[in-house]
Design a protein. Sequence first.
Length: 172
Amino acid sequence: MSDIVQNDIEVNIRHLERRIERLREQARELIHEYPDLERAFLHLTSVKGIAQAAGIQILAELSILPSDMDVRQWVAHAGIDPMQFQSGTSIDKPSRISRRGNVHLRRALFLPALVAAQHEPHVAAFYQKLLRRGKTKMQANVAVMRKLLHAIYGMLKHDRDFDGEKFYVLGA
């Protein structure tokens, strides 16, 4: 690759990184303007694994949902609900996530679930229990994503920070 092309790519990357940071700053300012959004954002970021970037993205995806949706509808909206696959003679295929929902919310939950499974003791215990039961790492992470979405629903509904004891009781 020529030096000119490489330099142009680097300039464009720096420009895009500055624009991303500017958009994040604007999102934080918007969140701080509305007390309900700010409180929800603080609850989200109380979870080990959900930092500002993920909190902004998750909040953006969840804040547009109707307030009368229940937690099962949130899970279906995210596309992490289990779905039986049956087709013709293949009726005994294992369940998988539906993936019919919001890909942005699913992606926003993926890395926070991984981080929480490493750094939050209650989430890590739940994750390890799933691995001991024979689940693959990906299946266990999707289960953590689903349970994390349940926890977020409860946190926002009851106006509380994350409580690992409610996520999973250690030693259970």
